[in-house]
Design a protein around this ligand. Structure first.
Ligand code: SPD
Length: 294
C-alpha cells in the first residue's frame, strides 16, 4: 500500500513522509494520537496530525530544551518539572545531569505516555527511572497548585498553542512558572518557528517579557518541524541569561553523550539572524503596547 503522512502548516506549506506502518492510532480525551513508521525519519509521533517527534531528529529538540537552561544556571539543578513532554525525550535528557534528584513529568494525556513507552523506547525509555514522578494532569492546574519556589528548572515541552497546549502559552501560566521557580531557577519553553509561526513566536515572547525580567531566545534546526528552523526561550527569575554562569568544561563533559548540544552550540544558538532579532524587538513592542497586566 502507498501510505504517506502530511502535515500542513499554518503557513500553508507542508511536509510529507512515506509511511510503512501505522503502529498506534487512538482518539484520546484530548487529541488524536498516532505513531507511524516512516522511511526518512524512523518512528514518528503525531498529535492531531502535527509532528511532535521522530526517532531520527528528536535529539535536537530534546537536548536544546534541556541542556541550554540547565547549563545556564548558577547552581546545580536538583528538582526539575517538565510540563507536556509525554514522549519522554526531555526527561531522558534531564536525567543525564547527575545533580538531578527528582523530575516531575506533568502530561495531560496518559495515552501519549503509554503509546510512546510501547512504540518509542529510545525516546521514552527512561520514564521508569526512580527519579521520575509522572503526573497525568493538566499542566495549568498543576502549576497553579504548586507551592512557591518548588522547582529549580521548569521546562515547557508543549505542543503548539492550539488544543490542549493553549493554556501553556498564557501570562497567567507564566506567572505561576515564575512563582514556582526557586530563586536561582531557570525555565525554558519551546517558542515556535521564527519562519513558519512568526506571529505565534512574537506573541509568546511578548507574554514572557511581561512576566520575566528578561527573555533569551535561541534557535536550532529540526528538519521535521515547520520550516525546519525552531526556537526556544530561556528566562530566569533573577534575570540572568545563558552566559553569566555558563561553565564550558561542564558543557564539554556533558556533550560527550550528546548528538547536538556542545559548548559552541550553547553560545552559537543565541546568535540570532536579523529577522529573528526583529521578532524579539517586536515582542518587546508588543509588551509595551499590551502592558504587564493585559
Ligand atoms: N510543531 C511542533 C511543536 C512540538 C513541540 N513539542 C514537541 C514535543 C517533543 N517532546
Amino acid at each position: 500500500m502507498d501510505l504517506w503522512v502530511s502535515e500542513i502548516h499554518a503557513s500553508q506549506a507542508g511536509m510529507t513522509f512515506k509511511v510503512t506502518d501505522t503502529l498506534y492510532h487512538a482518539q484520546s480525551d484530548f487529541q488524536v494520537v498516532d505513531i507511524v513508521e516512516t522511511i526518512p525519519f524512523g518512528r514518528m509521533l503525531l498529535l492531531d496530525g502535527r509532528v511532535m517527534t521522530t526517532e531520527r531528529d528528536e535529539f535536537v529538540y530534546h537536548e536544546m530544551i534541556v541542556h541550554v537552561p540547565i547549563l545556564s544556571m548558577p547552581k546545580a539543578a536538583e528538582r526539575v518539572l517538565v510540563i507536556g513532554g509525554g514522549d519522554g525525550g526531555t526527561v531522558r535528557e534531564v536525567l543525564r545531569h547527575p545533580s538531578v534528584k527528582e523530575v516531575v513529568l506533568c502530561e495531560i494525556d496518559g495515552l501519549v505516555i503509554d503509546s510512546c513507552r510501547q512504540h518509542l523506547p529510545t525516546i521514552a525509555g527512561q520514564l521508569g527511572d526512580p527519579r521520575v514522578n509522572i503526573q497525568v494532569r493538566d499542566g495549568v492546574a498543576y502549576m497553579a497548585e504548586q507551592p512557591d519556589e518548588r522547582f529549580d528548572v521548569i521546562l515547557i515541552d508543549s505542543t503548539d498553542p492550539i488544543g490542549p497546549g493553549e493554556g501553556l502559552f498564557t501570562r497567567e501560566f507564566y506567572r505561576n512558572v515564575r512563582r514556582v521557580l526557586s530563586p536561582q531557577g531557570v525555565m525554558a519553553c519551546q517558542s515556535e518557528s521564527p519562519i513558519a509561526e512568526t506571529e505565534e513566536m512574537t506573541r509568546t515572547l511578548g507574554k514572557l517579557a511581561d512576566v520575566f525580567p528578561s527573555t533569551h531566545s535561541y534557535i536550532g534546526s529540526i528538519p521535521t518541524y515547520p520550516s525546519g528552523l525552531w526556537s526556544w526561550t530561556l528566562c530566569s527569575k533573577e534575570g540572568f541569561g545563558p552566559f553569566e554562569h555558563f561553565n564550558a568544561d561542564r558543557a564539554r563533559e556533558l556533550a560527550q553523550g550528546c548528538q547536538y548540544y556542545n559548548e559552541d552550540i550553547h553560545r552559537a544558538a543565541f546568535a540570532l539572524p536579523n529577522f529573528v532579532r526583529r521578532i524579539v524587538e517586536n515582542a518587546q513592542q508588543h509588551r509595551q503596547t499590551a502592558g504587564v497586566n493585559a
